[in-house]
Design a binder for this molecule. Structure first.
Ligand SMILES: Nc1nc2c(ncn2[C@@H]2O[C@H](COP(=O)(O)OP(=O)(O)OP(=O)(O)O)[C@@H](O)[C@H]2O)c(=O)[nH]1
Ligand SMILES: [Mg+2]
Length: 401
């Protein structure tokens, strides 16, 4: 009896210590989910759409839920904890990101028939005379590649054909491919700057004129990042349109990503952006993505406001990526927008949307030349996963398919 008493006492002490630690661990885990929402279909934390905005119009967390986890009994294996939580909403699983441009190439080649088929047909003629070169020129100009690049490409091709005495259509076509790839510039760095810093998340902002696809792009990108296992938080700094924040929050909720927004219409977008980044820092997410309101580049007040949003965020974090979203169907007009936005905020990448609905894919070349900033992503449809990382070779191949 004397020998068993110390052993029994030790067991009681061990059980008491474990009983104290498990609830602490559980609370830490749930706290994190409170902000970022569940990560996948197996993750049980439900999204609570109840928003609790403050009257000042600062941002609040949409999925902010009261702490409801009661102390748990000791020594419950982790796998048994899941059924204790309420049922999960059905979350969508985004399609893999790898090879999206290739998978979506049909969307491009369909709309870019004019460019790809036209060029290939022209260059397949038995004799390539001046008339053919002129038609090639016209086709490239129609595709919005821009005058300088068109001249450059046609001159180079014409010289190469002349010097090499090339006659085979296949050879001419492969030279066209090479020259187009050179124009689109495979050497540009197209990686998104979204790596978390030691003590704070990466911050990404999207900017652009009305209706180009900013909110859709943030939504699609959130899915891409969730698929890559990143913790993401959205900030609805479009306080201009009442429905804008809801639109963004809906995109996020589909993949379990929370949104910081204001309940007050017309709230200061800079303060919502600030709040989103603050919550992102506190909850240790990997990336905070800030959606902004569409604004015409000739409205000086609105452009100033955009500059302010960025500066206010920079009081507590760096803005690592500023994506300018451009609608490919607007062609050359996009260039004017690009120049003005670049003066107000430092653009680090272009997202070219609606490439599925235009034969003007050549705008990629013109924009990169004008801004010296790479196209990083392309939108190829309204579907949730119709966003692809841009890649020069796959793009040209899709054009010439
Ligand atoms: N076909 C096609 N449609 C797109 C693409 N990207 C966005 N859209 C559509 O464009 C429309 C406008 O998209 P939004 O994301 O609301 O645009 P926005 O820039 O946020 O608009 P504002 O906030 O009003 O300035 C929606 O109907 C989208 O579905 C794309 O790549 N292809
Ligand atoms: Mg929007």
């Amino acid at each position: 009896m004397n020998e068993t008493l110390p052993i029994l006492l030790s067991i009681v002490v061990v059980l008491a210590v474990i009983g104290g630690l498990v609830p602490v661990f559980l609370n830490a885990r749930r706290n994190r989910q409170n902000y970022t929402g569940p990560r996948d279909a197996n993750d049980p934390a439900p999204l609570d759409p109840t928003s609790q905005g403050d009257a000042q119009g600062g941002g609040t967390l949409v999925e902010d839920r009261p702490e409801t986890i009661a102390p748990q009994p000791a020594i419950l294996p982790e796998e048994l904890l899941e059924p204790l939580a309420p049922a999960a909403p059905s979350l969508e699983t985004p399609l893999p990101v790898e090879g999206r441009l290739v998978r979506l190439r049909a969307r491009l080649s369909k709309s870019n028939n004019a460019l790809g088929k036209g060029l290939l047909a022209l260059l397949s003629r038995d004799t390539i005379d001046e008339d053919v070169w002129e038609e090639v020129e016209e086709t490239l100009l129609l595709a919005d590649i821009g005058t300088d690049s068109t001249m450059e490409l046609v001159d180079t091709l014409r010289d190469r054909v002349k010097v090499l005495g090339v006659r085979s259509p296949e050879h001419v076509q492969s030279m066209l491919r090479e020259e187009l790839i050179k124009l689109v510039d495979p050497s540009m760095d197209r990686t998104l700057n979204i790596t978390r810093h030691d003590d704070r998340p990466a911050v990404l902002m999207v900017v652009g004129v009305n209706g180009v696809g900013k909110t859709t792009t943030v939504g699609k990108l959130a899915r891409v990042l969730v698929a890559e296992d990143k913790d993401v938080l959205l900030g609805a700094a479009d306080t201009f349109r009442a429905a804008a924040a809801e639109q963004l929050a809906t995109w996020g909720a589909r993949v379990g990503v929370a949104t910081v927004k204001s309940d007050v219409d017309g709230a200061d977008p800079a303060s919502v952006a600030f709040e989103a980044v603050k919550v992102g820092i506190e909850t240790e997410v990997d990336v905070v993505m800030i959606d902004t309101a569409g604004r015409l580049q000739n409205k000086i007040g609105l452009m100033d406001e955009l500059g302010k949003v960025k500066r206010v965020i920079e009081k507590q974090a760096t803005v690592d990526e500023v994506l300018l979203v451009l609608d490919a169907t607007t062609g050359q007009n996009g260039l004017t927008q690009a120049k003005v936005f670049a003066e107000v905020v430092n653009i680090t990448g272009i997202v070219l949307t609606k490439l599925d609905g235009t034969a003007k894919g050549g705008i990629v070349v013109a924009i990169q030349k004008t801004l010296g900033v790479p196209v990083k992503l392309v939108g190829l449809g309204e579907g949730a996963d119709d966003l692809a990382p841009f890649d020069a070779e796959s793009f040209v191949d899709a054009l010439l398919n």
